[in-house]
Design a protein. Structure first.
Ligand code: ADP
Ligand code: ZN
Length: 740
């Protein structure tokens, strides 16, 4: 009983001779050594429970036992012992290698990476068998009408659970219990029901033809070929990319492989799950942060045991310990949502390629607007590119036009050009739908006092408070701080002199309602709705034509099929270009293509209107002309000239602390510790783009390296010889930052 105390394990372990390293899910630099008690069978990958200090932790036996010389030298008697081995399949060698790789690449402690792959002990317990009753024959002493109903229900020999039987027969539990007492049943145990039904690759015949068929056969061939390969499906919105990669998935299933589909916004993709079901007769298992804990455990166990064959998930699904993973599909591979910027900074798209390489199986990246990185990999032949240049069926791409806001300005106090308003009017007259896109939540991005000019700023961050009129609040979009919208200016005390500057979706909705009071409008924005469930319902309603005008943020930009949507209006096409980020052009191009791609997916004539103050900008020109390749060529050329990714390497180091001085001093210290390495330079420290977040001051160092430089080696040297983070100082390392 004492094994939970600090020294317990030393005493209650019989003499053991083996020592193994165990990786625990904590921010420590390496695995710890543990003694293996006599008679306990562990192998590399075994999931175990070990003591650390006064507490028990789950961990994974790392490395092949007994291979590490330094561990042979350790005296098992002086080590604490493994407590328990869980009865679940060990983490595969590929998975362990993958965890090591991600840890080394992102410079994160391996235990924290492993934490994403293992679960708490509850999930490791096998699902309990279900207790059921099987009728063994015989007559009850007395046949009442209720008992008669039970006996009739029992006609065939199939076992029932106690409550299931009572329910089916329409009697109370005590009636069933009475019959059990008379010995008419035996107790049997049934296996628990599967988490999800098993998808059938041949549930329906492939539904493809022409260019889709050609594309699919190339992918199927990649799946049939042993070993790693990477393919990129580059096809316009609505070209039928999903149907094409379904064929690759079908082939992987026929070969007995598990399949992982990564989606950027899984919570919003119920329509995807249904499409999958139409093709394969069963839905894939889902994996995302919104899953109920019980379901998470079930899916995790199903993946480990091989019961679950296909998972559709958000980026974290990449760390599920599949037993027989044989194909990964990354849909919308360009999407910034694949980048995790929290604790472990990694891009799931890039790490998915690594996982496929280690596992020696194919990966398929999919996008209408591939990332510059993937384009370059396609051009160099590292990725096999499959093109789908036209939309499926009779659907044509929308007619795209720029609205030059200098020539067609909105009415005073409004944000929609008369051109846009006319187009909306015509669309809803035809009983079709219009989507107005503005990537800004709330009513107005900035509120100020007309009398003294006071701006409302977050007390904890260096960002302005955003007015949310529906909620009567002003909110910080950085940290979530909110307060009731003040009636008077806190600076000069004047009442009713606050002005909203600029538009958010709520303000556009107000303008739309003024112009089209009879239209049914829906605002889609993450903060207006009651969670994912409500959002899914709203999306279904839009798809069914139950709205005339939708006003939304990027929530509505991705993946949805709205059959009646024939007009997409971009309220502020220049919005994403404003910041100084070199990736801004790429991002804006992708987002605008994605959003306008919502229009006309079912063959109706459709339009996209983009309100802009800089119609000559290359991004606007590329969108309006539909010439994506010219845009990419130019963008790739500029990156190459400036040695920006993928032609050079970047890492960002954010140092934060409670005071500005501490943050800056530490950042300088790191900079001074930078080793000399040819081709690598350090820029900064400078105030980070968000200088204060949640009361913490932030400074940033940017490390730039040539393509083949040893960035990780450089960073490791710099961090190990630089000052150690003390007190409130924290250092965040982001290899391949999204914005730079
Ligand atoms: P993408 O993923 O390229 O945007 P989708 O796969 O969503 O395109 O296809 C666009 C639309 O065309 C969808 O409504 C889809 O159901 C339909 N579609 C695509 N391919 C086929 C096909 N082979 N048979 C029937 N419908 C298809
Ligand atoms: Zn804040």
């Amino acid at each position: 009983q004492d094994s939970h105390s600090l020294f317990g394990a030393l005493f209650d372990t019989p003499a053991s001779k083996r020592v193994v390293p165990v990786l625990v899910p904590l921010p420590v630099p390496e695995a710890y050594s543990y003694a293996v008690p006599e008679g306990m069978a562990v192998e590399a990958g075994s999931v175990v429970q070990v003591p650390i200090g006064p507490r028990q932790h789950i961990g994974v036996v790392w490395d092949e036992p007994e291979v590490r010389d330094n561990q042979k030298a350790l005296d098992p008697k002086k080590l604490r012992a493994i407590d328990q081995v869980f009865d679940c399949p060990p983490l595969t060698k590929d998975m362990r290698e993958f965890i090591e790789w991600v840890s080394a690449y992102t410079l994160s402690p391996p235990g924290l990476v492993a934490r994403m792959a293992i679960r708490a002990p509850a999930a490791l317990e096998p699902e309990p068998m279900i207790e059921a009753l099987r009728f063994t024959g015989g007559e009850p002493d007395r046949v009442t009408p209720a008992r008669q109903r039970v006996l009739q229900t029992l006609e065939d020999d199939i076992p029932w659970t106690r409550s299931g039987l009572a329910h089916a027969a329409g009697v109370s539990l005590s009636v069933v219990d009475g019959l059990v007492k008379q010995g008419l049943f035996e107790t049997v145990f049934l296996p628990p029901p599967p988490v999800v039904a098993v998808p059938d690759p041949d549930y329906v015949a492939p539904r493809i033809d022409g260019p889709q068929k050609q594309a699919a056969s190339e992918l199927v061939e990649a799946v049939q070929t042993a070993g790693f390969s990477a393919s990129l499906i580059d096809g316009v919105t609505g070209s039928g990319k999903t149907e094409v990669y379904f064929e690759a998935i079908a082939e992987a299933l026929r070969l007995g492989k598990q399949v992982l589909i990564l989606l950027p916004e899984i919570a919003l993709t119920s329509s995807f799950l249904e499409r999958f079901q139409d093709r394969f007769g069963a839905k894939p298992a889902e994996w995302h942060s919104d899953l109920a804990p019980r379901m998470r455990e079930k899916v995790w166990r199903g993946v480990v045991t091989g019961e679950v064959r296909v998972v559709a998930g958000a980026r974290s699904a990449l760390f599920l310990p599949f037993e027989e993973l044989g194909l990964i599909v990354v849909d919308e591979e360009h999407d910034p949502a694949y980048k995790q910027e929290d604790r472990i900074f990694y891009n799931a798209r890039d790490m998915a390629v690594v996982r496929a390489r280690i596992g020696k199986f194919p990966i398929v990246l999919v996008s209408a607007t591939p990332s510059v990185e993937s384009q370059v990999n396609g051009q160099s032949g590292r990725y096999h590119v499959v093109h789908l240049p036209t939309r499926f069926g009779d659907a044509a791409m929308p007619d795209l036009h720029l609205v030059d806001m200098r020539r067609h300005p909105p009415a005073k106090g409004g944000f929609l050009s008369p051109v846009m308003l006319r187009a909306i009017g015509k669309t809803i007259e035809k009983k079709e739908q219009a989507l107005l896109f503005l990537n800004r939540r709330g009513y107005a991005p900035l509120t100020l006092c007309r009398v003294c000019g006071h701006r409302f700023q977050c007390p904890q961050c260096s960002s302005w408070l955003v007015e949310h009129r529906f909620r009567n609040q002003i909110q910080c979009h950085q940290c979530g701080y909110s307060e009731k919208t003040p009636e008077a200016c806190p600076e000069c005390g004047t009442f009713d002199h606050l002005v909203a500057c600029g538009p958010g979706v709520e303000r556009i909705a107000e303008e739309v309602e003024r112009h089209f009071p009879d239209a049914r409008t829906i605002v889609m924005s993450s903060d207006l709705l009651g969670g994912v469930k409500r959002m899914r319902l709203e999306l279904e309603a839009i798809a069914k034509g139950e709205a005339d005008i939708v006003i939304g943020t990027q929530l509505v930009a991705k993946g949805h099929n709205f059959p009646l949507m024939t007009l997409v209006g971009i309220v502020d096409a220049d919005l994403g270009l404003a910041n100084g980020d070199p990736r801004a052009a790429e991002r804006t191009f992708q987002l605008l293509s994605q959003v306008t791609g919502r229009a006309g997916r079912t063959g109706l004539k459709s339009y996209g209107l983009l309100q802009t103050y800089q119609p000559q900008h290359p991004v606007m020109q590329a969108i309006a002309s539909g010439d994506a390749s010219a845009f990419y060529e130019r963008e790739i050329g500029e990156r190459e000239k400036a040695l920006l990714p993928p032609f050079g390497r970047l890492a960002s180091i954010i140092v934060s602390a409670d005071t500005r001085l501490d943050a800056e001093t530490h950042a300088r210290g790191l900079r001074n510790a930078a080793p000399k390495m040819s081709g690598v330079t350090v820029l900064g420290p400078a105030e980070a783009p968000l200088a204060i977040v949640r009361g913490r001051h932030r400074f940033r160092l940017l490390v730039h390296g040539r393509r083949n430089s040893d960035m990780q080696g450089f960073l490791r040297a710099m961090l190990s010889s630089g000052p150690k983070a003390r007190g409130s100082v924290q250092v965040q390392l982001d290899v391949d930052p999204q914005s730079f």
